[in-house]
Design a protein around this ligand. Structure first.
Ligand code: IMP
Length: 436
């Protein structure tokens, strides 16, 4: 194992607060690479009074001297990426070829992918997945289909791109008309002109990122792999079909970044102190009541990407134990503990029953009918957002974190008590030197 590298993965249904931890870890990394998903992710980082929301550019961009990579496993939307780069530059953040690289093998999200995402969801009616409408699923469909895919490298060849766009757009036009009774017309000329132009602008950033990451690892530098979404949304291991279309657990890092499995290094699992989910699908500990409303309000649980209100519920240790096992998590970061302040008592789901029988194995595809077995712990009333050391947390807050750690079976290295970098309590991490 290369002990210098670190992988950060979400252990629930996304939005666990990965951005803040990636940002903190990036300060001590040489490279940061994403490996899954695309602009469906939304990472928020607060630096001083400034708040940055990034969707495609890795969070390490806010640190000097860190190379940030869009991995080959991503669904890369060049329009969004360029907008993000220009936005960051406009706010004085340096983004250049020396700190932002895009894999030539990443898939390009085309305008027809976004259109198809929306048309498809509309056609599904009540059975819709509740996607972010960023074209992620249709883009990965074309990746698997191969003949209708456009890769980042194609953006560098204007003639080839013109030919490909004309051919693929023709196929999409006919398909959408037949499948969705689509009456519009895909603007082939406009898209071609726009993407050739974008290709020129992004060209200095496009390279073989896998080679860069493997070299850095071999040289003993520290690479940070930044997960998107959460493991319960993993295409293979999540609550299928209510999932995203890529491998978001740590299992996705080698394929999605182009590195050896042994290179993923220390795996940090990010979890909220409670549970949230956006979009449709089963959610055993969901609180469709005033406690859920209170958590949503206190945690500002509205999507970074779509603004949708998130569904909220108690902490589900069954979920996190499963996802931590899957990714081989070495330590947990417990996020948003402060949101639970003021609740009289807190519940943790420690088991599932089906027809009254306690389940031995966790089956992500069969969560709809489980009955949760809860443990109840006393809450705390103190505002903990100003606490500066783990030891100074109220006894009940510490007892809650300890119990979470016990039932999940992993040590807790970091506790977060607010959005600011300063509001991070580090007390038992194995990542040497990472927090200086
Ligand atoms: P898609 O990734 O846009 O296809 O959406 C599929 C499912 O994953 C939907 O339920 C989305 O709400 C969810 N999803 C995708 N990305 C994220 C994320 O970054 N955070 C939370 N949920 C997400």
């Amino acid at each position: 194992m290369n002990s210098n590298n670190v992988t950060v993965v979400g252990l629930q249904w996304g939005d666990e607060g990965k951005g803040k931890i990636v940002d903190a870890l990036a300060a001590n990394s040489d490279m940061v690479s994403r490996y899954c998903g695309g602009a469906n992710a939304g990472h928020t980082v607060k630096v001083g009074d400034e708040k940055y929301a990034v969707h495609l550019v890795p969070c390490g961009i806010l640190h000097e001297g860190v190379m940030n990579c869009v991995g080959n496993g991503m669904a890369f939307d060049p329009v969004t990426a360029l907008g993000e780069v220009e936005h960051l530059q406009g706010r004085g953040v340096h983004v250049g070829p020396d700190n932002f690289s895009i894999s030539e093998a990443a898939q390009v999200v085309m305008p027809w992918h976004k259109l198809q995402d929306t048309l498809n969801e509309e056609s599904l009616g009540k059975a819709k997945i509740g996607t972010t409408a960023r074209g992620i699923g249709p883009c990965y469909c074309d990746k698997a289909n191969r003949s209708t895919a456009i890769r980042v490298a194609d953006l560098l060849d204007a003639d080839g791109l013109t030919e490909k766009i004309a051919r693929v757009a023709g196929i999409k036009q006919v398909t959408f008309e037949a499948l969705y009774n689509y009456k519009g017309e895909i603007d082939v000329e406009g898209i071609t002109a726009e993407f050739i132009e974008i290709g020129k602008k992004l060209a200095p950033h496009i390279r073989n990122t896998g080679a860069l990451l493997r070299r850095a690892t071999a040289e003993g530098k520290r690479v940070l792999f930044e997960g998107g979404q959460g493991t319960m949304l993993d295409i293979d291991h999540g609550t299928y079909p209510f999932v995203t279309s890529s491998s978001v657990s740590a299992c996705g890092v080698p394929a999605g970044a182009g590195v050896a499995p042994k290179s993923i290094g220390t795996v940090v699992g990010i979890m909220k102190a409670y549970t949230t989910r956006v979009g449709a699908g089963p959610f055993p500990t969901e609180l469709d009541n005033e406690i859920g409303d209170a958590i949503r309000k206190a945690g500002n649980e509205f999507g970074t990407t779509t603004g949708r209100p998130r569904r909220c519920g108690w902490f589900d240790a069954m979920v996190v134990k499963y996802t931590a096992d899957l990714s081989g998590v070495d330590e947990l970061a417990v996020m948003l503990l402060d949101v639970l302040s003021g609740l009289d008592e807190l519940k943790i789901c420690v088991g599932y029953k089906v027809d009254g029988v306690l389940q031995e194995d966790f089956d992500p595809a069969n969560l709809a009918d489980v009955e949760c077995v809860y443990e109840t712990l006393p809450g705390w009333s103190e505002d903990i957002t100003g606490v500066t050391s783990y030891d100074d947390l109220p006894a009940n807050a510490k007892a809650y974190v300890t119990r979470v750690s016990e039932v999940v079976g992993r040590k807790v290295g970091i506790v977060s008590i607010g959005p600011d970098r300063k509001q991070t309590l580090v007390y038992n991490t194995g990542i040497e030197g990472i927090f200086g």
